[in-house]
Design a protein around this ligand. Structure first.
Ligand SMILES: Cc1cc2nc3c(=O)[nH]c(=O)nc-3n(C[C@H](O)[C@H](O)[C@H](O)COP(=O)(O)OP(=O)(O)OC[C@H]3O[C@@H](n4cnc5c(N)ncnc54)[C@H](O)[C@@H]3O)c2cc1C
Length: 412
């Protein structure tokens, strides 16, 4: 990939282009959807050489529809692994989760995918569409006026654009430049995760979780291959940790005691852990709950985690980022960017509000020091899931389709 470094004003771009900050799932997807509709786009990414890495993702039927609209679903299916069922229990054998996508629709399933595999597909399409991609460019600020937006980078270099889309993740500082009521609360829990090769004879699994209260959680998910030439299928391992323990865990806990905690919670994981012999294999993840009263401010729009970051408990972040991109493209047409962005906010409101609330409500039941909430979870979730209505609603939530607690379905 050719990097255009933002070192001189000669890099100035036509005023009519839309600047997108961040080339993660949200930024790459929106660049693609806008370029497909003939919009000139400039994509800015702080990392000089972006590499396709990241945790395994469960891509929901809604996100799969967006990939299909981009013509990327078949390749994603060939790289990933189909997940039909989610099962989670406690060490004493209580079922906490047992959800099957088929109960939502006979053809529905989740797609276990390495984030790197998804990014590989999106970035390739970015290049195929000839999108101007500026790597190693950290955008430091912006100002908007009636006619456009000026971006500021290192060394006081400025470029001018018709509009700006912020897609630079939950911990974006640029978001604070939007005149919109907002909050971003770092979540007190995070995780370590890695993708390990499935050892010979390891059972074929769907998404599998084991919980002890809300303070211990291990998740396994098949995530397929990293790229087309890779013949090794991987399993994503997720281990929840409070942020206080995540900080310096290699010295304070160490790999061997951490593996011992994992096998004590879920002995079946032992053969998989044979492939985990270096603490460097485990990556750390932190997240934040991001709330915004609206997602637009004149010529500036926030999408993806920057607009609505949440914990990964519901498996929705990348899914929502893809839907944001798709729905913004659907609002192109009449009017200038402020009108398009305002219509986007109206279009996304019910869906994003529902998932923000659901994530906030559910996460403490799975990652916290709470006692009562997980006790109730262990007693009632498994039982409630046997009731057809509850099961239907739970799986519709997981599939990414709900726009309200009682009714409402995303039309995609
Ligand atoms: C452990 C874990 C498990 C997850 N599981 C799932 C799952 O099962 N299903 C699912 O759908 N989602 C899942 N998610 C969530 C998902 O990964 C995120 O929601 C998604 O990747 C967010 O994409 P994004 O593009 O909004 O932000 P990011 O991926 O954070 O991308 C932001 C980009 O902006 C760049 N950037 C930042 N600042 C600047 C700047 N100033 N200038 C230029 N560039 C900048 C960054 O370098 C980065 O490339 C999971 C997340 C974690 C941590």
């Amino acid at each position: 990939m050719r990097a255009c470094r933002w070192t001189s004003p000669s890099c100035a771009l036509p005023e009519s282009s839309v600047a997108i900050v961040g080339a993660g799932v949200a930024g790459a997807a929106v660049a693609i959807r806008l370029a497909e509709r003939g919009v000139a786009v400039d994509l800015y990414e702080a990392v000089p050489e972006p590499r396709p890495i990241g945790a395994g993702l469960l891509l929901q039927p809604t996100g799969q529809r967006v990939l299909a609209a981009m013509g990327l679903l078949d390749e994603a299916l060939s790289l990933g692994t189909r997940v039909d069922r989610l099962f989670g229990d406690t060490p004493d054998g209580r079922t906490v989760l047992d959800m099957s996508y088929r109960r939502f629709h006979p053809d529905a399933y989740g797609l276990g995918l390495q984030r790197g595999a998804l990014m590989g597909l999106l970035w390739r399409r970015v290049r195929e569409l000839g999108i101007r991609w500026h790597c190693g460019v950290a955008v430091e600020g912006f100002e908007q006026d009636e006619r456009g937006v000026t971006l500021r980078g290192a060394g006081g270099v400025a470029t001018r654009h018709a509009a700006l889309i912020l897609a630079n993740g939950s911990f974006s500082r640029l978001r604070e430049g939007m005149k919109v009521r907002q909050s971003a609360r770092p979540f007190p829990w995070g995780a370590v995760w890695t993708v390990l090769p499935a050892p010979p004879g390891f059972p074929q699994i769907d998404l599998r979780q084991r919980f002890r209260s809300a303070s211990q959680m291990l998740g396994l998910m098949p995530v397929g291959r990293a790229h087309a030439d890779d013949d090794q299928r991987g399993i994503n391992l997720f281990w929840s940790l409070p942020v206080a323990e995540l900080e310096g865990w290699r010295e304070r806990i160490g790999l061997a005691p951490l593996k011992a905690r994992m096998t004590a919670l879920f002995p079946d994981v032992a053969p998989l852990l044979a492939g985990l012999d270096d603490a460097g294999q485990l990556r750390e993840a932190r997240y934040a709950d991001v709330w915004m009263q609206r997602w637009h401010d004149g010529r500036v729009l926030a999408i993806g985690d920057c607009a609505h970051g949440m914990s990964p408990q519901l498996g929705q972040g990348a899914n929502m980022a893809l839907i944001d991109a798709h729905e913004l493209a659907a609002e192109l047409g009449d009017g200038d960017w402020p009108q398009v962005f305002e219509r986007y906010t109206r279009r996304r409101r019910a869906h994003l509000r529902f998932y923000g609330q659901a994530s906030k409500g559910l996460t403490p039941m799975f990652q916290s020091h709470a006692v009562v909430a997980p006790w109730l979870r262990d007693r009632f979730f498994g039982w409630g899931g046997k009731l057809p209505y509850i099961h239907q609603q739970s799986i519709a939530t997981l599939a990414g389709y709900k726009t309200g607690w009682l009714w409402g379905r995303l039309k995609l």
